[in-house]
Ligand binder design. Structure first.
Ligand code: ZN
Ligand code: ZN
Length: 260
């Protein structure tokens, strides 16, 4: 069984085709998909998906790219994260690609999420685009390693991967690893310790080869795992077993801890 650790099932194109999406997940042996929260306004929709389907889990957070959305407080995130199907805080992080002025509010929002994750005892789902040094600095200053989590849709070098691993974080690879020119990510896929690897689709975006350019869906996480197996010269079963074990170890640990 595989787990798609990051997708956006509530978005148009996916939300209205849920029966077919769940069917392909089953056919491709994808047992669970995590529907990632990106703002508080749409969170009820995300939660409803998780509550309505045993194979869907969810997270709560406000995306670093989003403007014109309500700023979350630590208390609010902690409260929403108490729900048993909310397994993580995020997605959060920094995005200087869409905000080239590297605004202070992004870093403030990121710190709020890290503090909420530590308080709730639930891991972080972290997004990073063109902001690596600030991202790692804030993770370290806020002791994000105490709660851990995942750097999702990882597109940085092996050097950055190592720094995240040193902080105790997991690395999630998306369909980008199947793209011919993604040499740095292929290198990360070969070198990352197998017990720190997760896989995701980031659907509806970033469909893997052979569906590149089309609408992505959780069932396609199979192609991500197949490519990683090819790169590491091991079996598909080895990758699916390891990434699924990692997923449940990372997110169940937090769930156990919070009930203690
Ligand atoms: Zn993201
Ligand atoms: Zn996302």
């Amino acid at each position: 069984m595989l787990v798609d650790s990051h997708c956006h099932l509530d978005l148009p194109g996916l939300s209205e085709n849920l029966p077919q999406i769940l069917e392909l997940m089953q056919k491709n042996q994808v047992g669970h998909a995590v529907c990632i929260g990106v703002n508080l306004e749409d969170f009820p929709r995300v939660l409803a998906l998780a509550e309505g389907h045993p194979h869907i889990l969810a997270s709560v957070g406000v995306h670093p790219e989003s403007t014109d959305v309500r700023e979350p407080t630590i208390e609010e995130l902690v409260k929403l994260a108490q729900h048993p199907k909310i397994i993580a805080i995020g997605e959060t992080g920094l995005d200087y690609y869409w905000h080239k002025d590297a605004p202070e509010w992004q870093r403030d929002r990121f710190r709020v999420h890290i503090r909420a994750a530590r308080e709730a005892g639930k891991p972080l789902v972290i997004h990073n685009r063109d902001a690596t040094s600030d991202l790692l600095r804030i993770m370290s200053e806020e002791h994000a390693g105490e709660v851990g989590g995942v750097l999702h849709c990882f597109t940085e070098s092996w050097d950055v991967a190592q720094q995240a691993l040193d902080m105790g974080f997991h690395i999630s690879l998306s369909g980008i690893v199947t793209f011919k020119n993604a040499l740095a990510i292929k290198e990360v896929a070969r070198r990352i310790p197998l017990d720190r690897l997760l896989v995701e689709t980031d659907a509806p975006y970033l469909a893997p080869v052979p569906y590149r350019g089309k609408m992505n869906q959780p069932g396609y996480v199979r192609y991500v795992a197949e490519e990683i197996a090819r790169l590491r010269d091991c079996s598909f079963e080895e990758i699916s077993t390891a990434t699924t074990d990692n997923f449940f170890r990372l997110f169940t640990y937090a769930t156990t801890r919070i009930t203690q």
